[in-house]
Each structure stands twice: as C-alpha cells, then as structure tokens.
Design a binder for this molecule. Structure first.
Ligand code: SAH
Length: 386
C-alpha cells in the first residue's frame, strides 16, 4: 500500500487527488498484485488465465473531467476535489489522462479571464463555469468539449468557441451543459450545442459508437477492445444463437456479438443509454438486435415467465453486481453459456456463488487491467451448464 502522505516524484498531487494511488508502483508489480488477488478470489471456481495488461499504461483515460475554481490569489484553477472535501486540487497534467484533453482544459483556464468568465463558487453560488469535460474518440480522433455552466447565459460564447478552436482546431464539437442546482452531480439536464454535432464517435471492434455528453462509454478504449475480444472468445458464437446483452449501456457488446449471432436482445435501465444504443444499431446497420429499457432483473423474470429461450447470456452489471431476481431467472432460463464481465470482483464472487449453486460451472476466467495505477480490477468469466 502506498503511503498517502508521501509526495510522488512522478506526480506531485497524486496523494491529494487520489486518482492514481499506485503511481509509484512499477507496472509489472501492479499486474502481479492484481493477478494474485484475482487468483485468490477465483480459487473456489477456476484457475485464471494470465492477466491482460497494457503495453503503454499511461494516459489511457479518454474522458477527462475538471472542476473549476479560484485559488487564494484569484487565479483560475482546475482539477479535482480533494477526497471527502470540496477543496480543489489544481491539476495541469496527469499521467493517466489523455494529454490532449488536459491541454484543452489548460486553454480554457487561460481563456477565462480575457472573456471575463468566472469559475463558479460553490459557497457563494456566484460565477459561471463549473466543470469542463473532454471526451476523445481514440480511433477517430474526434474531440468533444462540454462546458458545464451554472446559467444558460454565456457572454460572447461564439467568440469563446472561436478562440478555443483557434488553439485546438482538432476539437470537433463544443456543448454547453447547464447545471443550475447545488449538487455534486457534474451534468445538468439542459444542453445546447455551440459547435459541431453535439456528440463524437469512436470505433471499437470494427463498430462505430456515438458518444453523447452523458453516455456511458468505457474510459480505456485500448483495453476495452481486449476485454470485449475475450468476451467474444468465451461466447464462441456460431451465428445460430439467441443472445441477451444484459446491462448493455449503449449496446457495445451486443452489437459486436450481433455479427455472429442469430439475434441479440439488449436490456438497460438508463433511458439515454438505450437511445444511444438504438442510434448505434442504426448507424452500424445491425438489423438483428433489439433494445429494451428496463431493470435487468425484472426483464429476466418476465423472460423466464414467458418460457423464453436463450443460448448465451452476456452480462456486464455495475459495481453493485447483479441481483437475486436476475440470477434466479437465469437458472430457470438455463442459457448454454454465461459470459460475466465484472468491474468489481467482490460482487462477481458473490454472484458466482449463486450461479454455481444453481447448476452452472466457471470454465474460464481472466482479469483485464482497465485502470492501470489504480487498484480496480476488471474480469471476464465463462460459465456453462453443469
Ligand atoms: N456493457 C456496457 C455498460 C456496462 S456498465 C459497456 O460495456 O459499455 C453497467 C450498465 O448497467 C450501466 O449502463 C447502467 O446504467 C446499467 N444498469 C445499472 N443497473 C441496472 C439494472 N438494474 N438494470 C439494467 N441496467 C442497469
């Protein structure tokens, strides 16, 4: 464990920011620690394949978010909140964030005074600019800048965009998001496109995906391809299967599976994500996929009641894992294969215990390092019926 009071030579603010607790650990060592932890967790089930790490583990985050404020000398600063406080840790460069995104945020910082735009002050409620979010399409190079404002009225917004674009012509879209609530949520509901299409696209495993300001999209695209590649290898689709992509987000995994399946059903709770998923399917001309907005547990209970058949279940739940209703219905529907993608090994193990009690067996598993320099561990497991 790293000592949180020690200042790293690699990043002077890492101890206060907390975004890369393992910054001083060599990458090989990080992989060893993760691998050992995963092997131990999976001991009751199966022996994992070798962990899949990154060749170049720096600057992998394609979504960068900065909160804006002022320091004691009234200089504009941007960065992240110090853990459990509302003090801003100023960040100018970051070892895990996309470098272009950090440069763009730096330019916004520099432009603000000449446009007389003040950062929002949480205590007083005065000021305009709350956050800036930058998302970069890894394969396409498209870049989206989202300016989160406390009010819909931005003085000389067109000139501001012009100035930003003259420094960074690579920006493809600029969106204003209005968050006028006293809340820790970053994005509000209202949006206005100032430049470009209002979204970017990225390519994953040969499919093109639309990323809106609020869309969920994996933050490490290089590793996501490896993760989805493993999921597809485990699914072993032949073109004859009915596949369910549960907790499908914007439909990425299901769409990648659709080429090699008879048909795919995607289920997702978040309305915006489902909308993106439908657009993504159209964009990629995938006709054998349908999306439903529903709680995955409720949806599966209905499927089980209707006696629906399912060959392969792909599931990628949030950190809290799946739930009883879902797992119970899985044992009634009895798919041939389950591919479980997990971003939280503790809930993965909890859910595997239930599935293995209910007639499934873990055949293969592997950890994929989606977040170098952090403790988080992502994994894929293949289960088949006993
Ligand atoms: N498979 C997608 C998204 C995985 S993240 C991808 O790889 O991009 C987990 C997703 O589960 C999120 O999109 C979240 O909105 C969704 N989710 C959370 N709880 C849910 C529930 N009870 N039912 C359905 N979807 C849920």
């Amino acid at each position: 464990m790293s000592n949180s009071n020690r200042v790293s030579k690699i990043c002077p603010v890492s101890n206060r920011c907390g975004g890369c607790r393992w910054i001083d650990k060599g990458y090989e060592e990080q992989l060893n620690v993760k691998s050992t932890r995963f092997r131990k967790l999976m001991e009751p089930f199966a022996s994992p394949e070798a962990i899949i790490g990154m060749e170049h583990p720096f600057h992998y985050r394609n979504k960068v978010h900065a909160v804006f404020g002022m320091d004691a000398k009234h200089h504009v600063i941007s960065g992240t909140y110090e853990e459990k406080t509302h003090r801003i840790v100023p960040i100018t460069t970051c070892m895990i964030e996309n470098q272009k995104a950090d440069q763009i945020i730096g330019t916004v910082r520099e432009l603000l005074p000449s446009f007389k735009i003040r950062p929002y002050n949480e205590d007083t409620g005065y000021g305009l600019l709350r956050h800036v979010m930058v998302r970069v399409g890894h394969a396409t190079g498209q870049i989206m800048v989202v300016l989160v404002l406390s009010s819909p009225i931005m003085p000389s917004k067109n000139n501001f965009v012009k100035a930003l674009l003259s420094v960074h012509p690579e920006i493809t879209t600029v969106v204003v998001n209005v968050n006028d609530k006293r809340t820790s949520m970053v994005l509000g509901d209202k949006e206005q496109v100032l430049y470009g299409k209002g979204y970017i696209e990225d390519v994953l495993c040969g499919k093109t995906f639309r990323i809106s300001p609020k869309s969920f999209y994996q933050v490490n695209p290089v590793q996501t391809e490896k993760l989805y590649g493993k999921a597809m290898e485990y699914a072993g689709l032949t073109g004859r299967e009915t596949v369910l992509d549960a907790y499908c987000g914007t439909g990425t995994i299901g769409m990648i599976a659709a080429d090699n399946a008879k048909n795919v059903i995607g289920v997702e709770l978040n309305k915006d994500a489902v909308w993106d998923a439908v657009q993504n399917a159209k964009r990629n001309e995938i006709a054998n996929i349908r999306f439903y907005q529903n709680d995955a547990g409720k949806f599966l209970v209905e499927m089980a009641q209707q006696g629906a058949k399912l060959d392969v279940l792909l599931m990628d739940p949030p950190r809290s894992g799946s739930d009883e209703a879902f797992l119970k219905s899985v044992s009634q529907i009895k798919p041939e294969k389950i591919v479980y993608i997990s971003c939280e090994p503790d809930t993965l193990v909890r859910d595997l215990k239930i599935l293995t009690k209910n007639g499934f067996q873990v055949r293969k598993c592997v950890a994929v390092d989606m977040f170098p320099f952090t403790e988080s561990l992502e994994a894929v497991c293949l289960l088949t019926r006993q």
